[in-house]
Write a protein that binds this ligand. Structure first.
Ligand code: HEC
Ligand code: HEC
Length: 305
């Protein structure tokens, strides 16, 4: 258990995760602790969860390894490498942290073993290629890669390699974890954003590339950010992501309620639209934190929640 030292008011809550790990979340209400003290409070669940994936040092100079490396590079520098396919300032790894390896950071370890699969959002069976292109369109506000293009092949090579050690099936650390969906107090969220987020993501959520900080964050809203159709535009996903991984240099102290408030505030700001979003979840089972109405919901309002 870790404590914030100094004149800091600390409220702590113990949360049971799905895996029964007791995670201590320390929230510094008036945060005077140094970065390293905050880092020490990183939730137990993230620190103790391992997603087995091959080490980069195992890559060689053969053509398969080179394709994997190119795929990895595309995911790290998506906008610079593929400007005609990316309409905002994000990279794949803005949301799939640590090159897709981070537990609860939307990891992509094992992903190649899970597709093709039925997907509730389309109501159809989708391929891994479909999912990659879906993130190009919704996460990066851009255009899909052509099937069979070198770039798509390289990204798939990376994801397939990353998946070699994790078979299909449930595993701790996938997704972003679930924390309770608490109605957001966006006024409080705005204050918390100014305290804990704006130093890297900019006071207007525009991103930190001009702020001269060590870890500039990508845009959280506005034209440079993800579309309303992205999974990241759901409060539950942002809240869990922030709870576990933000602030980037000192994660693990943003309590559930604050994470929900900040997520609610961030998502209340304007962002790029995603035409066609109303066709999502055609079977009427749209999640309760979606910020748009689907046609299927309108057709069968009783089915909603
Ligand atoms: C120390 C700088 C820093 C701070 C402070 C910080 N972030 Fe981030 N944030 C980052 C970086 C860097 C990334 C992208 C990670 C990468 O590229 O590896 C990121 C990514 C994100 C993302 C996903 C990508 C996107 O653009 O949507 C969200 C959401 C996010 N941060 C929200 C927050 C919130 C909310 C806070 C405040 C509680 C916060 N961050 C505080 C640096 C920071
Ligand atoms: C704005 C954040 C964001 C960006 C940028 C983004 N993704 Fe995603 N991605 C997500 C989220 C959130 C999910 C899971 C929920 C969903 O699909 O809506 C996801 C899901 C996926 C999946 C399916 C994962 C699974 O477990 O089923 C793949 C594959 C994927 N992304 C690849 C990529 C690639 C490749 C890029 C870059 C070309 C990218 N993503 C860019 C947020 C993002």
């Amino acid at each position: 258990m870790n404590h914030h030292r100094g004149p800091v008011m600390t409220a702590r809550s113990a949360t049971m995760t799905r895996w029964g790990v007791s995670a201590m979340i320390a929230l510094a209400a008036a945060c005077g602790g140094s970065g390293s003290e905050q880092a020490a409070t990183t939730t137990v669940a993230v620190r103790d969860t391992v997603l087995p994936a091959p080490a980069e040092s195992l890559l060689t100079q053969d053509s398969a390894s080179q394709s994997i490396r190119r795929g990895m590079a595309l995911m790290l520098a998506t906008r610079d490498s593929l400007p005609s396919h990316v309409g905002n300032e994000l990279h794949c790894t803005s949301c799939h942290l640590n090159k897709g390896r981070k537990p609860f950071g939307n990891p992509l370890v094992g992903v190649a073993n899970r597709y093709p699969a039925m997907w509730e959002r389309t109501g159809t069976t989708v391929t891994l290629e479909d999912r990659v292109n879906d993130c190009f369109r919704r996460g990066l506000n851009g255009k899909p890669l052509a099937a069979g293009s070198t770039e798509m092949r390289d990204i798939l090579a990376y994801l397939t390699w990353l998946s070699t050690e994790l078979p299909k099936g449930p595993h701790a650390g996938l997704g972003v974890d679930s924390i309770p969906l608490i109605p957001a107090d966006t006024v409080r969220g705005k204050t918390q954003f100014a305290m804990y987020c704006s130093r890297c993501h900019g006071p207007e959520g525009q991103g930190g590339k001009n702020l001269g900080v060590q870890h500039p964050g990508p845009p959280l809203w506005g034209n440079g950010s993800f579309t309303i159709g992205s999974g990241m535009a759901r409060q539950r996903i942002v809240a869990a992501f922030v709870h576990h991984h933000m602030p980037f240099d000192a994660p693990g102290f943003v309590a559930d309620s604050i994470a929900n408030d900040v997520a609610g505030f961030v998502l209340s700001r304007p962002r790029p639209d995603f035409p066609g979003k109303e066709l999502d979840w055609p079977n009427g089972n749209a999640p309760d934190d979606l910020r748009y109405k689907t046609k299927a919901q309108a057709a069968a309002p009783a089915a909603k929640q």
